[in-house]
Design a protein. Structure first.
Length: 179
């Protein structure tokens, strides 16, 4: 962990850190940068910008090292009334929205979160999704069908995870045969 001093301004509570993660001794390092200042952290944590910048740097390095294609929840962003008032940003600028046009996480990210949250088998979920959408592969399904599947999966996992696991297990043979 290194502080990137040329970008830090302690009086403005602006901090930037660089984290390098080595999965094994002597292996290539994975680098992540993290920054924080009062304009990009919640008002609840003002005064802790240094720790937040360190955490962001470490989290980014970890995600790179382990191939996690999701950003952290805090980076998805949400705009509340008081965060809008505390920032002096040009609201006419278009901000990145993680691959969607409505500020919500991408379908793929939502599906990955559901899989991790409910400890589901990704290959089985993929096979179930294709079957649910009525297509040979999930890639061939249109967006509306995939959105419907993601909603269905979330509801099924929440209401009766055991039944969902049984349903997913019915895809074990077809997944293994195709492999």
């Amino acid at each position: 962990m290194q502080q990137v001093r040329e970008f830090c301004d302690p009086e403005a509570c602006r901090w930037v850190f660089k984290a390098t993660l080595y999965k094994k001794p002597g292996a290539q390092g994975f680098v992540g940068f993290g920054d924080a200042d009062p304009s990009n952290v919640s008002t609840l944590v003002h005064g802790a910008e240094m720790r937040i910048a360190e955490t962001r740097a470490v989290n980014r390095a970890l995600r790179k090292a382990y191939g996690i294609g999701l950003c952290s929840v805090e980076e998805l962003g949400s705009l509340s009334a008081n965060s809008d008032l505390s920032r002096n940003h040009d609201t006419s600028r278009k901000c990145p929205s993680n691959g969607s046009n409505n500020g919500q996480p991408r379908l793929r990210d939502r599906l990955c979160v559901l899989i991790r949250q409910h400890n589901l088998d990704p290959a089985q979920v993929k096979a179930y999704a294709a079957d649910f959408c009525g297509t040979p592969t999930l890639r061939e399904a249109n967006r509306e069908l995939v959105e419907s599947f993601v909603s269905h999966l979330a509801t099924s996992a929440q209401e009766n995870r055991d039944a969902l696991i049984c349903k997913l297990n019915s895809y074990v043979q077809s997944v293994e045969v195709k492999s």
